[in-house]
Design a protein around this ligand. Sequence first.
Ligand code: NDP
Length: 387
Amino acid sequence: MKKSIAILGSTGSIGKYMLDIIRKDKKNFQIILLTANRNYKQLIKQANEFKVKNILIYDDKYYEYTKEKLKHKKINIFSRKNKLSEIFNRKIDYTMSAISGLDGLKPTLEVIKFSKIIGIANKESIICGWHLIKKKLKKYNTKFIPIDSEHYSIWNLTKEYSNDDIEEIILTASGGPLLNSSIRFQKIITPEKAVMHPNWKMGKKISVDSANLMNKVFEIMEANRMFNFDLEKYKILIHPQSYVHAIIKFKNGLIKMLLHDVDMKIPIFNSIYDDRLKYIASKKINSKTLNNLNFYEVDKTKFPSIKLLKKISKENTLYDTVITIANDELVKLFLQHKISLRQVVTNLVKIINLKEYKKYFSKKPTSLNEIHKVRKLVRLKTNDISV
Ligand code: NDP
């Protein structure tokens, strides 16, 4: 039987990787829903190629426009105002949540009810809304698979183990484009250069987070929220080759690591096929690659973002939204040439230390609305303080 699939954010890089995988095995998949925010042209192209009957466009203006344009076609076009029950009449096999930003949380929460398995790439959803996601997963008996390569690796290596079995969890960081440059350089680097990641091809926001290592702070928050392992067990090691994605030291003395090519298609592929061993093209193991794997401690003077790990709470609270949104806004300001890369972290520290946000440190989110309210306040404050 064909596997039924939905992709939230099919026009983005993760969404397109997923479609590349399905393209090679079309006979085994039926795509029920594809979504985009504005990129209706690409969405329609994808729907035509994969014979998808339902598309959803979140941006109202583009939704109206697309509806008008496709009025004689047999594709159902939905907007964010439609209920997902109008699209799904039963649980589908797999949904990929790959919308970028905190706007991905609402669709992620909604689609859990209609999915047997959900793969979540959207970091902001996990960091800010894990408490809500976890409840829904339980309520609707939906299985969850993390997609980010480090988290997929941790998940894969620790599936059968509990907190008591594990001593240390290492997440690797490539070090990004600034690994070998001076601290001074972080004050003058342009956004155009900062987004040039040596190993991964990603969107601008996540590339900036990788340049100052803020991405690793978020990844530890993400891992800590979704897995039941103590925060103190996580550590970051610089590994410029990005070949090893996670290393786990178990209490019995065994150390396991997961290695794969620098290619997001590998975790996505394995999550869709649910660990059944299917073939995906990847480089052969060779001694030259293995002989050149390096690991270094993080230089916290150069990458002060790492010190923020001391400031995060041990479980998902509204303070996670404060950190995420303040960073989001600061990255936007950097991309607009209004502040330096170095200021992204210095301003972030100032903002999250504000007295008015301390109350969120131990307050679990109880609704999406609450998260959105905090988002609004932090957006205004960050821009007020920074420009
Ligand atoms: P992209 O920016 O490439 O794509 C984002 C997708 O979400 C697009 O389909 C976009 O539609 C849609 N979208 C954007 N804003 C909204 C909105 N407000 N409402 C509804 N849909 C929206 O992102 P990526 O694919 O790179 O990343 C997706 C998520 O996965 C992010 O959270 C990222 O941090 C995470 N991730 C990405 C990795 C990567 O290698 N790219 C690795 C690990 C995690 P449209 O095209 O119309 O704008």
